[in-house]
Design a protein around this ligand. Structure first.
Ligand SMILES: O=C(O)CCC(=O)C(=O)O
Length: 351
C-alpha cells in the first residue's frame, strides 16, 4: 500500500503507472529529449550520476546530522538509519545551513560538470542554478498532512521569473517506492498549461492538494511511480504536477533527496530563488499577495530584511511568517494572506 500524507493511492491501472526512463538511444539526442519533455513533462534519466558519489554525499549528509536526533548516531551514517531521539531543530538548521548547503560536497553534487554541462547542452546556452536548493529527508513512519510534499507544479512558486525553468530531482541513495520517492501526475502539464493560458486556475494557488487519489480521479489521470536507484535523476518542467509519497519502509532507512533548478542566464530569474533555503519561511508568504501595489512594497521591504540576514541562519524561523506579515501595510490584505499562510503551512498535522 502506497500513501501520501496518509492518503492511500488507488493502485488500479487507470490510476497508477510507471515512470518511463529515457531509452539509451535518446540520451544524446537533444531534439528527441525535447520532444519527450514536451510530451511527458519529465525526463527520467536512470544512472545519470555516479552512484558512488551519491553514496559518499549521503554518508557526509547523515554524518553531519549525527547529533541532531534525526539519525541513529551509532549506525554507519551512509545507511541513513533513522534515530529515535527528539529532534534538536536548532542543531539541525545549523548542520543544514551552516555546514551542508555551503559545503564543497554539495556544490560538487549540484553544479559539478555532469549536471551543469548537461543543462548547458540541453538549454543551448549558459545556465544559472537557482541559489535556493532544497534538501529533504523523511524518516520512515513520518506521516500526516504536511509531511510529504503535496501535489503542486513548480511554476506556482517561481512566477517572478521565466516559466522556462527546469527542475532536477535527485534521490540521494536508493529510493524504492515505499521509501517515498517523487510521483508525477501523467501528462498533467498539458492541462496545467491550458489552465494557465486561459487564466482558469484559482489564484493564488500554492500546493494543489494532499489528496493524491482524489486529484487523479478528478482529472482521470494516473500517478507515475518507480523504484529510484542512487544515480537516477528526473528533470521536470515547471508545469507538471508532482508530489511525494510517504516513507513507509519498514527497514528504518531515511529518504534523502535534493531538488535544484536551472534556467538560461538570459532569462529573468525569480528574485526569491536568489536567496538560499534558510530564508524559505520568510519568502513563502509572498505567493499569496495579489495586490500589485502591496506586492511591490513588500518586495522592497523583504529584500531589505533579507540583505540584513545574508549569511546569517535564523535558528528559530517560527517567527518569520510574523515578520513577513508585518511588512504588509493594508490590514485586509494582511489578514487574507495570514489566513492563506495558515491554511498552507500551519495546518495541524494529522500524523
Ligand atoms: O522531494 C520532494 O518531496 C519534492 C520535490 C519537488 O517538489 C521538486 O523536485 O520540484
Amino acid at each position: 500500500m502506497y500513501t501520501s500524507n496518509g492518503y492511500v493511492l488507488d493502485e488500479s491501472p487507470s490510476r497508477l503507472g510507471q515512470l518511463e526512463p529515457v531509452p539509451a538511444e535518446e540520451r544524446d539526442d537533444r531534439e528527441a529529449l525535447w520532444r519527450r519533455l514536451r510530451r511527458d513533462g519529465y525526463l527520467f534519466l536512470t544512472g545519470f550520476l555516479d552512484p558512488q558519489m551519491i553514496a559518499e554525499f549521503r554518508r557526509f549528509y547523515f554524518a553531519e546530522l549525527r547529533d541532531t536526533g534525526v539519525v541513529d548516531p551509532d549506525a554507519d551514517p551512509g545507511l541513513g538509519l533513522a534515530g529515535g531521539a527528539e529532534i534538536d531543530r536548532a542543531a539541525l538548521r545549523r548542520a543544514l545551513y551552516d555546514r551542508i548547503i555551503p559545503s564543497p560536497e554539495y556544490e560538487a553534487l549540484v553544479q559539478g560538470p555532469r549536471v551543469r554541462e548537461w543543462f548547458r547542452w540541453f538549454l543551448g546556452e549558459d545556465v544559472a542554478l537557482h541559489k535556493r536548493r532544497i534538501l529533504r529527508h523523511t524518516q520512515p513512519g513520518e506521516g500526516g498532512i504536511g509531511t510529504a510534499t503535496q501535489a503542486h507544479y513548480d511554476l506556482v512558486y517561481l512566477r517572478e521569473g521565466t516559466d522556462r525553468v527546469l527542475s532536477m530531482w535527485i534521490p540521494l541513495g536508493d529510493c524504492p517506492i515505499e521509501r517515498g520517492g517523487l510521483t508525477y501526475l501523467e501528462r498533467s502539464h498539458h492541462r496545467v498549461l491550458e489552465e494557465e493560458r486561459n487564466g482558469t486556475l484559482p489564484t493564488p494557488v500554492a500546493s494543489i492538494t494532499a489528496d493524491l487519489p482524489g486529484l487523479a480521479d478528478r482529472h482521470d489521470e494516473r500517478w507515475l511511480i518507480t523504484d529510484y536507484a542512487a544515480g537516477d535523476v528526473v528533470v521536470h518542467s515547471a508545469h507538471i504536477v508532482h508530489a511525494a509519497l510517504d516513507n513507509v519502509a519498514v527497514d528504518g532507512v531515511m529518504r534523502l533527496s535534493t531538488d535544484i533548478r536551472y534556467q538560461r542566464v538570459s532569462e529573468p530569474i525569480d528574485w526569491r530563488w536568489e536567496h538560499d533555503e534558510s530564508q524559505e519561511v520568510l519568502l513563502n508568504g509572498f505567493q499569496f499577495l495579489t495586490d500589485p501595489v502591496e506586492r511591490a512594497r513588500v518586495k522592497t521591504a523583504l529584500e531589505a530584511v533579507l540583505a540584513q540576514r545574508e549569511g546569517n541562519t535564523s535558528e528559530d524561523p517560527s517567527g518569520d511568517f510574523d515578520i513577513f506579515l508585518s511588512l504588509i501595510e493594508d490590514e485586509t490584505e494582511r489578514e487574507r494572506v495570514a489566513a492563506a499562510i495558515d491554511a498552507e503551512y500551519r495546518r495541524p498535522s494529522k500524523g
